[in-house]
Design a protein around this ligand. Sequence first.
Ligand code: NAP
Length: 250
Amino acid sequence: MKERTVAIVTGASRGLGQALAAALLEQGAHLIAIARSRSAELERIADLGRGSLQQIQADLSDPAEAERVAAQLADGLPKDAGRYLLINNAGMVDPVRQASDLDSANAISAAFSLNVTSVILLCSAFLKAVKPLDADARIVNISSGAGRSATPGWGVYCATKAALDHYTQVLNTENHGVRAVSLAPGVIDTGMQQAIRASDPQDFPNVQRFEQLHEQKQLAAPADVAARILRYVDEPDFGATVLDDIRNYA
Ligand code: NAP
């Protein structure tokens, strides 16, 4: 039997995060799910007696709230598990604008706060919490191909995901005894893709490509991607490739 797992998943109320959280609950994990809204679906699964669930409602684009959640995790993580997993999945693609129209400091800051600052804070809390424990601990930061390939209209999104990739590489140069991967998940059928398809072509010239992917049913199902990510996380050589893409694996 597998050792008890404590898993933290951000952005667990919808999309890929909810699929990851649901699969972890089904595996019997103690799941800490973080998002602005609660997930009735995760409650339903936990009520069936599969895993145990703690939901934390927080806006991680607000650095003060992200700090509060990080402090809660640093102090309150259960200490009796054999495996600890942090999946920083919450993310936003907005503001979608060409560089000449990126003129709202609030919109830019919110994206950096959610996609980068909250990840750094939660990693810090996680590293502190697991350090005294004799346990296997792994971090997955959900990145994007956009962090590795320049895309017009996504100046902020690409910059945040590139920052996330580089931050994860730095974390791995340090001696924490925790392996971390920045993982691109592929194109997934979630609310984020709906929002991308609704972009104004003036802001996002590649919108047609995403409409085509949707029409041609090329978007992966969140549950399938979640299952592949969790198999990947279980691999003994997890962490060997710090910047990775789940599409490289069957
Ligand atoms: P999504 O459908 O938009 O869901 C985003 C999740 O993040 C939701 O649970 C949302 O919950 C949470 N979230 C958003 N803003 C938040 C905030 N301010 N504070 C706390 N939680 C917040 O996105 P997704 O497609 O599942 O994407 C998940 C991750 O995969 C993201 O990091 C994204 O960049 C990456 N990704 C996705 C694709 C794709 O094709 N979908 C491709 C490449 C990379 P609440 O609204 O309840 O807060």
